[in-house]
Design a protein around this ligand. Structure first.
Ligand code: ATP
Length: 919
């Protein structure tokens, strides 16, 4: 199959034979399957993953754990065999727990990578399909358009103003204009000049093209250079970095206290080795090195919940920023609306027509004053419908066809659906309704050029050659854009110069349709008797003859209205940014309740052009709808909002949206309609393109942050409690209230499962009822620091109190008093975990609503009972069985911290209070 000369020297005519494929219909599915077996997946090999045993060993890298191991080994040689073995076993169990957590986080983050994998448009069996790029095989017929990442090395067989930016390969950032023509050169042609080839990993900057895959995976040019995709460096979120720093500070504090505990213990006559082991165990238990890892777990679990709600996180730090979003800038079409378009109105030559039919189904008719008419009786009407059909790259398919090609993304089960741009799908449907008879007579044309749609020109044109040899430019697009470039109008059978009256009439009709929330699209054409290929749009799309326009409905998504309300309640402003007509945008805005109190302030792109940055900054707060904007306006809007102190979430789909998406705090790309470029620039991809998914993601983002606060509070308060028991006991010259092995056991049973369960705690219900938090808010803000210290203090003093009571009741039985302290400390922490679920008070929510937490607490409790009552464990843990009376004491002491704190919360919340304010 490989040619005996470079691919760029292979003439077009030889390609089908060379690759054993059909350049019209592509490969058959069967052939593609056979080739997949032969050539494997179209992907670059990944760098080797860190082996699991290394991840496991890393759990023991910690300095204090090392000290503990050495100390334990020492105590082993001093004859404390049982102790030493038990401590090592606990350290090992702790490591296993950390390993499981890390592996779980890693797994869910890896799953994310797979979900963000790019798709490719391929023709097989003559049908256009969207398949994961990894499934492409050599010989596949692939379509390219602006914003695509080229999915394989390809020999182009057609290039329409196709420009590809190849900097990943050549370092050259200026896009190369591609061609399908053979390169006849005897010498080697450098990569950058192989203009009839497109290379995997490069980016389509403009135009369209199609080509045949000649190399895939590691055989591609990028595969040869890159060899391996370097695993993306682990990106840490700002919170993780901050917690790591905090961890380092806490290490020093804990070390100092530990040293004090050891010194004070020895001073009061305790054995040096016992005190040393106790101190080091305390340090190991109390230093929260595991915190960043648990944050990763909470982030990863949250990210999985987001996937379930159709939001795919591409950049982990954005999960934190999501909770801070104060403005969501959303596209209209497809995000706020359904993107299921149907032409319902048509205006031409001073007459208004209606179009019947449902969805994309090509059945229906054009009516005028209630009577069905044939489009073919009116030359102008026929022309509009012909342009609708020919200036079009979409395809309509019915459900059965779709069922067969399972790889198509959309899940819609309506009878007819569109592959491609829904606006064009609606126009195709119109053309089929109108030209059923016209088609039989046929006007088969040959497309000889295409000026693809872009959101700057707001037009698309094709140059078509008709059977009689005439060449015409057929154009469709925004009505103002067409009128600006039109010199004539088709008016009641004649082509006459376009007058001001015509312009006023067309504008009036457009506004009338737009006022009914219809998307309006105009049609025009131009004869091109002396067409020269390669001329650009500013020359070709002029002197047009305006024909008329259509209006299509695109109903708002039903769920959007309540989602916008929810945002408002959550202190988040929703803004619509659209390329559509001002009046259409405003009408849709009203339908979805975008403007509070119905007050609209709509800003158009043209007005933005006239504003300075300052003026725009002063205006953005008042604006809810931006209409007729192009991508660079989006960038200015993002910056103006950010300068006003907002945290901006911005959606986008087109190739030119990438700069605005990158500049925003949370860039959001559309999973279905978005280009690869926008997806790569974005931090969040919406699988369903739906606005409500953004709101769910924000809610999840807030929830994840809240949960992180919950377990930070839990872990740190527990640690403070553990340190204080020992610290105060040594200060008071009491015997050791807890033995090293007991401290380690407390740490194991309380830090593991309950903390994890807090990481997946359901929200408190008011997540979306308060303002967004400030981006640089300290994690300990809003009373968290105080809660940690006060609860920690209470847990510590109550545990010590229980120990003192038990010890003075029976001073000869230290084991008994230590067992009481051990049980009190564990129970106090396990009760306190329920307090951590609420920012208000433990009585604020049903303590049992997090089933995982209930099970985690019960199993932790069981693990404590095992070491207290099982006679095999008693000598190891130096415990003794407790009586009911002991348990009464333990329950009271362990319950007090949470009860007191809870009552404080109740009292506070019964006082009139200000609305929540984030710092
Ligand atoms: P949003 O940004 O909300 O998705 P939009 O889809 O309406 O908005 P654009 O895609 O930029 O924005 O379209 C702007 C205008 O360009 C439309 O109002 C329409 O008049 C015109 N237009 C849209 N799609 C096409 C197309 N395929 N061919 C020609 N003109 C189009």
């Amino acid at each position: 199959m490989k040619p005996n000369k470079p691919w760029y020297q292979v003439p077009l005519a030889e390609i089908p034979r060379m690759i054993g494929s059909d350049v019209q219909n592509g490969l058959t599915q069967e052939e593609a399957a056979t080739r997949r077996q032969k050539y494997g997946k179209n992907q670059l090999a990944e760098a080797e993953k860190i082996p699991l045993y290394v991840v496991f060993m890393n759990q023991f890298k910690d300095f204090m754990v090392g000290v503990l191991v050495v100390a334990t080994i020492l105590s082993f040689f001093l004859g404390e065999y049982l102790d030493a073995i038990a401590i090592i076993a606990i350290i090992f169990l702790n490591g296993v727990l950390g390993f499981i957590q890390e592996a779980k986080a890693e797994r869910s983050l890896n799953a994310l990578k797979d979900m963000a994998a790019p798709m490719a448009r391929v023709i097989r069996n003559g049908n256009l399909d969207m398949i994961p790029a990894t499934l492409l095989v050599p010989g596949d017929l692939i379509l390219l358009e602006a914003g695509d990442r080229v999915p394989a090395d390809m020999r182009l067989i057609n290039a329409n103003r196709l420009e590809i930016e190849e900097s990943t390969l050549t370092g050259e950032s200026i896009a190369v204009m591609k061609t399908a023509n053979v390169i006849e050169s005897t010498g080697a042609v450098p990569l950058g000049d192989q203009k009839n080839l497109a290379f995997m990993g490069t980016m389509v900057a403009g135009g369209t093209g199609r080509g045949i895959a000649i190399e895939i995976g590691m055989s591609t040019e990028i595969g040869k250079i890159a060899h391996l995709i370097n695993q993306a460096d682990k990106i840490e979120t700002p919170l993780q970095i901050k917690l790591e720093q905090l961890g380092k500070t806490l290490v020093w504090i804990a070390l100092l206290l530990t040293i004090f505990v050891i010194v004070a213990g020895v001073w009061h006559g305790q054995e040096l080795m016992t005190m040393f082991l106790s101190g080091v165990s305390l340090a190991v238990a109390a230093i929260p090195e595991g915190l960043p890892a648990i944050v990763t777990v909470a982030l990863a679990l949250g990210v999985q919940r987001m996937i379930k709600r159709n939001a795919i996180v591409r950049k982990l730090p954005s999960v934190e920023t999501l909770g801070c979003a104060s403005v969501i800038c959303s596209d209209k079409t497809g995000t706020l609306t359904e993107n299921k378009m149907t032409v319902t109105h048509l205006w031409h030559s001073g007459k208004s027509f209606d179009v019947t039919g449902n969805g994309y189904e090509p059945n229906g008719e054009i009516t005028w004053q209630g009577k069905s008419i044939k489009a073919t009786i009116d030359q102008g009407l026929t022309q509009i419908c012909q342009i609708a059909e020919k200036c079009n790259n979409a395809k309509l398919v019915n459900a059965q066809q779709k069922e067969r090609s399972k790889l198509i993304l959309s899940k819609n089960i309506s009878t007819w659906n569109v592959i491609g741009d829904p606006t064009e799908g609606a126009l195709l449907s119109l053309a089929y309704k109108a030209l059923k008879e016209g088609k039989k007579q046929g006007d088969p044309t040959i497309r000889i050029d295409e000026l693809p749609f872009d959101s700057e020109r707001k037009m698309m044109s094709v140059v078509e050659q008709f059977p009689d040899g005439k060449t015409e430019l057929l154009t469709k697009g925004a009505v103002e854009a067409l009128l600006m470039n039109s010199s004539h109008i088709y008016w009641q059978g004649e082509i006459i110069p376009l007058t001001n009256e015509h312009r006023i009439e067309v504008a009036k009709q457009t506004e009338e349709m737009a006022g009914r929330a219809l998307r309006v699209l105009g049609f025009a054409y131009r004869s091109l008797p002396n067409y020269k290929s390669g001329e650009n749009s500013s020359i070709l799309e002029t002197n047009l003859t305006f024909l008329g326009m259509v209006g299509m409905i695109d109903p708002p998504r039903q769920e959007v209205k309540s989602a916008i309300q929810l945002c408002r309640q959550a202190g988040i402003k929703t803004v619509m940014i659209t390329g559509d007509h001002k009046i259409t945008a405003e009408a849709i805005g009203r339908q979805i309740g975008l403007m509070p109190g119905g007050n609209s302030h709509v800003l158009e792109g043209a007005t933005i052009d006239e504003m300075t940055e300052e003026e725009l900054m002063q205006t953005v707060e008042k604006v809810y709808v931006y209409a007729r904007v192009s991508p660079e306006h989006k960038l200015r809007i993002v910056k103006a909002l950010q300068n006003c102190g907002h945290i901006v979430a911005m959606t986008g789909d087109g190739v030119n949206d990438a700069p605005a998406i990158k500049a925003s705090d949370i860039g959001i790309a559309m999973g279905i309609t978005g280009t690869d470029v926008t997806k790569e620039a974005a931090s969040l991809v919406l699988r369903d393109d739906n606005f409500t998914t953004i709101v769910s993601a924000v809610e999840e983002g807030r929830n994840i942050y809240d949960n992180i606060r919950k377990f930070i509070r839990y872990l740190l308060a527990s640690n403070v409690g553990e340190i204080l028991v020992m610290f105060f006991a040594m200060l008071m010259g009491l015997p050791l209230p807890l033995l090293p092995i007991q401290i380690l056991w407390v740490n194991l049973v309380t830090d593991g499962l309950p903390a994890m369960a807090l990481g997946i705690d359901p929200s408190e219900g008011d997540t979306m009822r308060h303002k967004p938090r400030k981006k640089h808010e300290n994690i300990f803000a809003r009373g968290l620091g105080w809660k940690i210290i006060s609860r920690g203090f209470l847990i510590g003093t109550m545990t010590l109190g229980a120990f003192i009571v038990a010890y003075y009741e029976n001073p000869n039985d230290l084991t008994h008093a230590q067992t009481v302290a051990f049980a009190t400390l564990v129970l106090a922490q396990l009760i306190h975990v329920f307090d951590c679920r609420s920012e208000h008070s433990v009585f604020h929510r049903n303590p049992f609503s997090n089933k995982f937490l209930v099970w985690a607490v019960l199993s932790s409790m069981a693990l404590v009972l095992v070491v207290i009552y099982w006679d095999v464990m008693q000598p190891i843990f130096k415990t003794t069985s407790l009586s009911l009376r002991d348990w009464a004491l333990i329950f009271v002491a362990a319950g007090i911290p949470t009860f007191v704190a809870g009552m404080g919360g109740v009292l506070r919340s019964s006082q009139p209070k200000e609305a929540y304010k984030a710092n």
